[in-house]
Design a protein around this ligand. Structure first.
Ligand SMILES: Nc1nc2c(c(=O)[nH]1)N[C@H]1C(S)=C(S)[C@@H](COP(=O)(O)O)O[C@H]1N2
Ligand SMILES: [Mo]
Length: 322
């Protein structure tokens, strides 16, 4: 008899509240299509893995911890965290660890463009050496009502803004994930408006909490977490934390993220954590701490209100919490 044993941190199906559940049928069709595509190209996927060159900025880890950002709960076990992910480019399940190893992370070019003094491209390792890195302990609250606690390494987004030199017309930053359907089977499914896009206001991007992660757990960040460059905005729902970024565009118009483009009623631009504002399909009052099974009340701004609440004064007429 075949018995499926569920580990403690895996949510039973009936409790799971996937972000893409409204897509059920379409996502199913997409999965079938990508499975077929994968079956046709197994050799290509493994060839990409072995061509990864050694990480040229590995020597910077572990980075010195910035002790300012303290936690109210233990760190999530690295193994558990690395096996419970959302990375739709590599599949819609939480188990994308193996699939995401096909992501090629060097060379990795980052484009800075839009309303800036002078657009430029920079290699990820030049960028990392230019800005320097530190470690910060942050919490992460997915809109699906689970949470994790991660020791990120990286640098404040404000450092990138300094390098970019945006002009006064820049009101938002639009970020984009890599686009390469040959590497990412999820991008072969036509049901998502690839590439993954997210946006922040300039005030949010330059807020001291806003962080660009290049590492986690004292080493370069694992592919399934969005190597080699990923956003960490701990006061917002997890879908804002765009992974594997290749482009930062400084723009005048509010960018529309992938999730907002799919279902604006459920996934808005602001997406600030608020336990009192339910998702249209479930409550946001509490969260499951992945790895422990513990449930805790969710906090306004995920507990980071002292850092970020002021940014939203005067914006009460906006949908700040969806
Ligand atoms: N490019 C990209 N970025 C993404 C996602 C994604 O599917 N693709 N998922 C988002 C969601 S919904 C969450 S909760 C977090 C998950 O980050 P983690 O897997 O490191 O926990 O990544 C976010 N960033
Ligand atoms: Mo999420």
């Amino acid at each position: 008899m075949h018995v499926i044993r569920r580990r403690g941190w895996e949510l039973p199906e009936r409790l799971a509240t996937p972000e893409a559940c409204f897509l059920n049928r379409r996502a199913f069709l997409g999965t079938a299509a990508s499975a077929a595509a994968l079956a046709l190209a197994p050799a290509a996927a493994s060839a990409q893995r072995v061509t990864d060159i050694p990480d040229p900025t590995k020597d910077l880890y572990p980075a010195k911890r910035n002790e300012k950002y303290v936690l109210d709960r233990p760190l999530t076990d690295e193994k558990i965290n690395g096996n419970y992910n959302n990375f739709y480019e590599f599949g819609t399940s939480k188990n994308v660890t193996a699939a995401s190893q096909a992501l090629r992370i060097r060379p990795w070019n980052v484009k800075i463009d839009g309303l800036v003094e002078k657009p430029f491209d920079i290699g990820i390792d030049d960028l990392i050496r230019k800005v320097g890195i530190e470690e910060r302990l942050y919490r992460h609250r997915c809109v699906e009502a689970w949470s994790m606690t991660i020791p990120w390494s990286g640098f404040p987004f404000a450092r990138l803004v300094e390098l970019a030199k945006p002009t006064s017309g820049a009101k938002y930053v639009r970020m984009e994930t890599f686009m390469d359907p040959s590497m990412a089977p999820g991008q072969r499914t036509p049901y998502y408006p690839w590439p993954y896009v997210e946006g922040l206001t300039m005030a949010e991007a330059t807020n001291e909490l806003c962080f660009l992660a290049t590492g986690a757990y004292g080493k370069p960040v694992a592919k399934q977490h969005g190597a080699p460059l990923r956003l960490a905005v701990p006061w917002k729902y997890g879908f804002k934390a765009i992974k594997s970024i290749v482009r930062f565009s400084f723009v005048a118009e509010r960018p529309k993220g992938l999730w907002e483009a799919l279902q604006a009623s459920e996934y808005g631009f602001w997406a600030n954590v608020n336990p009192a504002v339910a998702h249209p399909r479930w409550s946001q009052a509490s969260e499951e701490l992945i790895g422990t099974g513990e449930r805790r009340p969710t906090l306004l701004f995920n507990g980071y209100g002292d850092y970020v609440a002021d940014m939203y004064k005067g914006l009460e007429s906006e949908r700040l919490y969806v």
